[in-house]
Design a protein around this ligand. Sequence first.
Ligand SMILES: [Zn+2]
Length: 323
Amino acid sequence: MLQATVLTANEVETPYSAVSLPFSLHKIPGAPVYYVIGLSGVPDSVNEGHTSNAGFVVTNDGVVVFDALGTPALGYRLLQRIREVTDKPVERIVISHYHADHIYGLQAFKEHAGAPPVWAQQRALDYLGGSTASQGEDAARRLAQRREALFPWVSKSTYVVAPTHTFDDKMTFTVGGIDFELKHLGPAHAPGDIIMLVKNYGVLFSGDVIYKGRVPFLDSPETDTSHWLEGLESLAKLQPQPRYIIPGHGDISNDTKKAIKVTQDYIGYVRREMQKAVEDLIPFDEAYDAVDWSQYKNMPAFNASNRGNAYRIYLEMEANNLK
Ligand SMILES: [Zn+2]
């Protein structure tokens, strides 16, 4: 049923310019839970910004969407995929965290799906300039960068859609008899990282707390890797364990401990190396060059992310040492 005609077309027109890469929809066996998987690597004109995952849950009373992808065009493709499965309205969109690769698609839902409510953890508001000016500037700088890197999919007419609803620590809701739970796991990758559990079916949408198939992105000013590791541990202890984990990037998994391992190991390794350097008062550049990166060097996004990640952690370790 899902292999509709659009699926095989190479190029699909959207009101935000055409998407030419395949945009396959997948389904969790035995559950009304659907998802798309982005390509590995950082957003560029080759992958058309399709680097993150998103998904949706079809209930009798409407569709709950998790994340909105990295361009309005991709958000529109996601909406098209939803329409191939159901004509139920989009009841709400839950955003894992306010980073460009997960939110620019919101514009398509706002303009073509009746502007459904957008839920996020309250620190998403910081991203939009809520508490300090510099945070709003980060969002503006990122949008300017993407207008260059992802033109024409991200252009002058692209804008960031703010959440309409926020929550703090935890929230549960039921739509069409399906129970959902949102939990704040940040600050981790981002201050407002959340996960969404689809309780009736044991499906966990983890957002960017779990990365698969690429070097994680830790280089956000508020990345907090010690809290991130705690968050991953709490996922390993979830009872019952999720049957399926849909991460923010990379393939799905059916084993939580395995799913979190790559992210856990990477963060642990960079932390240990940078901690040593900070203790020995070795300047960052020298420390970075001395680390053996061979186990990560061939992973997608290594060149784009690894140095910034290490530097961010170096600063974090330095700050911890002063405490
Ligand atoms: Zn992401």
